[in-house]
Design a protein around this ligand. Sequence first.
Ligand SMILES: [Zn+2]
Length: 362
Amino acid sequence: MQGSTKADTIAAPTGRIAAMAAVDTGRMDEYREPRTGGAGSPDLLLDPDRLLRLAGASLMVLAPHPDDESLAAGGLIQRALAYGARVSIVFVTAGENNPWPQRALERRVWIGARQREAWGRRRRCEAGEALQRLGAAGSASVHWLGWPDGGVTWKLLADTATMLAQMRELFERERPTVLVLPDLVDRHPDHSALHVLTEMLFQELPASSRPVCYGYLLHGSSQPGPPHRAVFALNADERERKRAAIMAHGSQTALSRRRLLRFAADTESFAVGLDSHDLAGARLPWLPPRVLRPLLAMLAVDAAGGEKLRLAGSADANLFWRDGSPAARTARPMQPPYYVKLYCPLPSPWVFDGWGWCRFGV
Ligand SMILES: [Zn+2]
C-alpha cells in the first residue's frame, strides 16, 4: 500500500458533501477538483472555504487539548461562522497533565491530582476566552469529553467501545459535513490516537454521513509524497483574531510563545482525507536495531479493542519486521483496519512518538 495515492476517494467525495453540492449547485462534479498533478506542485483537491459556504454546512473541530483548536483551525472556525455554518468544537481532554508549564508558572515541583485538576480548569477558562476572541462563544457548541490528558492512547486500548460510542453520539448530534482532526502522523500520542479512533468510527458510518476530513499536524513533519494538501488562506482580520486566540492560552504561551505564534500565519494547511497516509504494507514498517527490540513494546488496536504485545521471536508470530523475522503475536486475529505502533516503556520526560501508528489490513 505504500505510495498509493488513494486519489480517487479524495477527488470524488461521496455522501453528505456530494449531496449538499448537488442540492446547492446542481452540479456534483463541482467538487471533483482537477488534479494539478506535477511532482511537488500543490494538489488542492478540496477547498474548505467552498465547502463551508454550502447551505447546511457544519464544521466540527476535534482538539485533543485546549489550544489545538486555535492553532490548527482558528482561521477556519472564523470563516465558518462568517458564512453562517454550524460550528462545534470537541475538547477531548482538559489539558490537565501539563507539568512543565505548571511547575514554571506555579513555582512548585510536586504536582498532585488536585493541582492537575486546577490546571485543567485554568485551561478550560483559557479555551473559553480563545473561542470568545474567535467570535465563537455562544454560537459554537462546545463539548468536553474529559478523557485523560496524556492517556488517550491507553484509553483507546482499554476502552475502545466506549470511546467509539461517545464519538458516534457526537457525530449524530452535530452531523458535521467538514471535520478537522489531528493527522495520523502527528507525533503527540493523544493526537495520533484520536485520529485512529476517528478512522475506526468511519468504518461503521454510512457513506452518506461521512464528512470531508482535514488533518492538521502540530508536532513533527509530514510524510514525503501524499497526502494531498488543502491550503486555507486567512485574511488580515482573521489572522489577527487567531493570534489573539492563541495568546488567550496563557498557560501555553508562557513558555512557548514564539513557537505557538508561528501558527498565526497567513495560511492553515491540512491533509485532505482520512486515508491519505498509507504507511504500512504487510510487514511492520520499522526495523529497530536488534539490541533495542527487547526494550520496546508494541500496541495494536482494532474496533473490538486493544492489546499491548510483547515483542518476541515466537515462531507463530503474526506480525513481522520488514526483514521478515517474527515480531509479535496478537491474542486474537485483528480485524482490518487495525493499527500498530511501537513505543519505549522506559520512563522519560519525552512524550512524543518515535514509531507512531501504522494502519494495516486495508
Ligand atoms: Zn494537543
